[in-house]
Design a protein around this ligand. Sequence first.
Ligand code: FES
Ligand SMILES: [Fe+2]
Length: 331
Amino acid sequence: MNSNTCRYRHSLRHWQPLLASRALGRKPIARTLAGQRLVLFRTQSGQAAAVAETCPHRRLSLAVGRVRGEELVCRYHGWSFDAAGAIRCPLMAGHGLQHQAFAVREAQGLIWVREAANLPPLPSWSSDGLVLAGMAFHTVPAPLELTLDNFTEVEHTSSIHQVFGFTEPAAIQHRLELEPAATRVWNSGPQKAFPPLFNGFIDNRPGDTFANDWITTFAPLLTIYDQTWTSPNGRRRRFWLKVVMFFVPLDDQTTQLTTLVYSPKVLPGRLHRWLAAPIIKAVTAHELNLDVWALAQLADLNTELNPRTLGPLDRVLLENRRRLRPGYLEP
Ligand code: FES
Ligand SMILES: [Fe+2]
């Protein structure tokens, strides 16, 4: 019997990038995904696996279990579970029991989890010849819809952000394109001054126009942002960013952002990897922390939108809500 009452439980039908591959060693890790408590573990042969956290025997947490060979062994009475949920128990042969297991894949440096039936392909995206500057994981104390709202409008970039964003909302040009399974938003306007730290290795300068062009898709929920800069004489700057952001519902009130940031190689050889990439990653993570801060200040976590209070840059929010419903809020 599945007792998961999380309003986002249907999202388990999509592959969800839950953690970095390198975070999972031999020690099991307990996590919540769409209201489902699960334990991830890596078998001796290196395969990543996930099963429901509660041992079906007498309910010990399998997070305190130990990996032995290809199985996770419960600490209480020694029942063991393989990656498919098959159970071995020392005193009960032919018990006919099966434990809930999840499908797990590793790709792009991430561990992806979903329910173990009718496996669709993993999401994929083009890096457009850029190199990965880093990946980041942020836990947002807000429901999925409110988190998505924040990351699909730019009005707040003038007030909340320090680096990425526009000088003032009134100066933003905005375009919205709608497809049955995607929303696409394009914004352009004057860029805030970049911190001097950045100016050493990127060619953006005060007076540049910043354009943020993004597409949101819903299976799983993901936004890909192309962030580019243009000089006052109309020349596209060499430096740009591609940000791939997954919105992973952990429970009714908590959302994880799984973010990958790509940029051109801006320093030669290993200097890029050792110096530029960590700075790009740190600045991006800092800006995302500001979003998390704003979302943590919401005084009401009701996910309803009041159309009368929505401005011209908010139209996409209603469109996203419509596309999110099947597959996240409904079966
Ligand atoms: S509670 Fe897990 S084996 Fe008994
Ligand atoms: Fe933001």
